[in-house]
Design a protein around this ligand. Structure first.
Ligand code: ADP
Ligand code: ZN
Length: 610
């Protein structure tokens, strides 16, 4: 194993952190020894140092392949502000700058060079690189190479050929999200068969999660949550451009600084909004999933899914954009059986192969079973990613307010019978009416003579809606994709098992707590999670003063505030209140370059409080 003292020294001197954490030291050591690695570390787990530090220590330039310009811009800005020789080659760069960076790379004067896959395979570029000393090749967001992952990018496939082009150069695949199948795919596609894998826990202890079925006033729930988090930065994901625009407009009407973001907007408008979100402290971004991978703002305090995501991986990655700074962040998801239907419809309509479609549909079903399930949220995700011996998180909605479940096997059998007796030709409303023994129009009457008519009259309408929804989530029933979807049998085998009472249907009890008590519980959950973050009195003022200084200084330097210092670093300053540069330099996140550049100004704020 490589001696890590130089790596630690670099981490301290350049980035101001005391020591590696999690699997960083293992990954760095492996790469310093010149071997390939596959590293799956959760968001906020510090993936970047895993390749940045070896790139700085090994001879030559570290090549980082990254899928998005925004992502590269941020990392390069952060590296430069820490005094590291880093550059990126992308389409926004002019000729002279490009030439300058390329010659720096050839002369070994550059530590890190970021490039997109297209840039990498552009005419002649690989030939050029072959003449440069290369320290390592890191492939960021490596899950993009896999069709089983959820951000598949065909151009990532070509990255496998780097194995032949650069023999002897350690190659690294890094990502925050890859289930077992995706991991296997990364290894084969990127030709990392001999690489050692470093798979961290998927736990994100600072995320406080909850999910709810969409009620009649689903939209109001979202506005309430955003209002409760006023002044904080958050992301709201919605499924369509239309609902994105509407939600943003409604929030603006409530005087919340909300921005809309989706692929239908002009690229420059999108860039401008993304920048505002990155730079301002209280902006709420309402977006489709087009807003995603490049977002690494550290102080996103909540992520709301107004429509459900595509899979558990997508959920985890999207929610994972909250709380990168390690402070408490909230994830809230509302979902319905119609969301599931939409997900299945999209999968079916995509031009993927049948095999890929089947995987997508399975993933959607797993997600809904998870959302509507009865087990700890964080625990559920971790088990999904293959972790074992997972403890409940203690702060999610399920842990703090365990839903009561009932044995609904018999109810399920009745509902399924009704669907079958109605020839699998009617939708949810009609099936419920039929079970209750209600007739409406001609079609219902036509079925009134069937044996299932009125067999559910002992229950109320909400119960039957709940049962049907649950059977949809479990995939026992399924719904067509048209405007007025009809219910049909989704899984014959499951149906037989339910009829024979070999399969128990356990579902959440429909009765919901009143809104008030739900809000109270939510508040206490957040408080539990947030206990360590908040400041009061003079400290709160000092924290604000530091943020004010950071805002101005960010503006003056043309970078996002967190490139200067993260919230966590400011918070530590407030706690430690150093009175000189030596004390300030001990704070995590302040390396040599930043101490020199900002030290005096920060001390002035710390000492005078303004
Ligand atoms: P990822 O890309 O894995 O989401 P980053 O590399 O952006 O994560 O790091 C997330 C945050 O954690 C950054 O603010 C970084 O400065 C911080 N960080 C990473 N490693 C360490 C460490 N060893 N000690 C302290 N802070 C760290
Ligand atoms: Zn939990």
């Amino acid at each position: 194993m490589a001696d890590l003292s130089a790596a630690r020294e670099t981490l301290q001197r350049v980035f101001g952190h005391d020591d590696f954490r999690g699997l960083q030291a293992d990954v760095v050591s492996e790469v310093l020894d010149g071997r390939d690695v596959v590293a799956v570390l959760p968001t906020g787990g510090g993936k970047s140092f895993c390749y940045q530090i070896p790139a700085m220590l090994r001879e030559g330039v570290g090549l980082v392949v990254s899928p998005l310009i925004a992502l590269m811009q941020d990392q390069v800005a952060a590296l430069r502000s820490a005094g590291v020789a880093a550059a990126r080659l992308d389409s926004t760069l002019d000729r002279d700058a490009r030439r300058e960076w390329l010659s720096a790379a050839r002369e070994g004067k550059l530590d890190l060079l970021y490039v997109s896959p297209e840039g990498l395979f552009a005419q002649g570029f690989l030939d050029f690189l072959e003449q440069c000393p290369i320290a390592l090749i890191a492939i960021d967001e490596a899950h993009c190479v896999s069709q089983w992952g959820h951000d598949f990018r065909p151009d990532y496939r070509a990255l496998g050929q780097l194995a032949d082009r650069f023999p002897g150069v350690p190659r690294m695949a890094v990502t925050a999200t890859a289930d077992l199948k995706t991991q296997a795919d990364i290894r084969t596609q990127l030709r990392l068969d001999h690489a050692k894998s470093f798979i961290a826990s998927f736990d994100r202890p600072n995320l406080v999660l909850s999910a709810e079925r969409k009620g009649a006033k689903a939209q109001d729930r979202i506005y309430d949550l955003v209002r409760a988090g006023r002044g904080k930065s958050g992301i709201i994901y919605a499924a369509t451009r239309d609902s994105v625009e509407k939600t943003a407009a409604n929030l603006q009407a409530l005087k919340i600084p909300a921005l809309a973001y989706h692929a239908g907007l002009d690229a420059s408008l999108r860039a401008e909004r993304q920048q505002r979100f990155q730079e301002e402290d209280d902006v709420v971004m309402v977006a489709t999933i087009a807003f995603g991978m490049g977002v690494d703002k550290p102080n996103v305090r909540y992520v709301i899914h107004a429509d459900s995501p595509k899979s558990i991986e997508a959920y985890w990655q999207e929610v994972g954009r909250g709380g990168r700074d390690g402070e408490t962040a909230e994830g809230f998801c509302i979902y319905s059986a119609s969301d599931l239907r939409r997900a299945i419809m999209f999968a079916n309509q995509s031009n993927a192969t049948d095999q890929v479609k089947a995987v997508q549909i399975k993933k959607a079903r797993q997600l809904f079973a998870f959302l509507d399930g009865l087990t700890c949220r964080r625990g559920g995700v971790r088990r999904y990613f293959g972790e074992e011996n997972v403890e409940p998180c203690g702060v999610c909605d399920i842990c703090t307010d365990p839903p009561t479940s009932i044995d609904a096997t018999e109810l399920a059998a009745k509902a399924i019978s009704a669907v079958m007796r109605m020839d699998q030709r009617v939708g949810r409303g009609r099936v419920v009416n039929h079970l209750l023994g209600r007739t409406g129009d001609g079609l219902d009457e036509q079925y009134a003579s069937r044996s299932t008519f009125g067999i559910g009259a002992d229950q109320g309408e909400p119960m039957w809606r709940n049962v049907i929804e649950h059977l949809l989530f479990e995939g026992v029933l399924s719904e067509g994709d048209d405007q007025r979807p009809t219910l049909s049998i989704g899984d014959d085998e499951a149906v037989r098992a339910i009829f024979r009472k070999e399969r128990e249907v356990r579902m959440r009890e429909a009765a919901k707590p009143t809104r008030r008590s739900k809000e109270d519980r939510r508040a206490s959950r957040i408080a539990k999670g947030a206990a360590k973050a908040g400041f009061e009195g003079a400290d709160a003022k000092l924290f604000e003063a530091l943020k004010g200084w950071r805002r101005e200084s960010a503006h003056a330097n043309g970078v996002p505030p967190y490139v200067i210092f993260h919230d966590a670093t400011l918070a530590e300053m407030v706690r430690a209140k150093p009175s000189d540069l030596v004390g300030l330099g001990r704070i995590s996140g302040i390396g040599e370059a930043k101490l020199k550049k900002y030290g005096a100004e920060v001390l002035a704020v710390l000492i005078t409080g303004i």
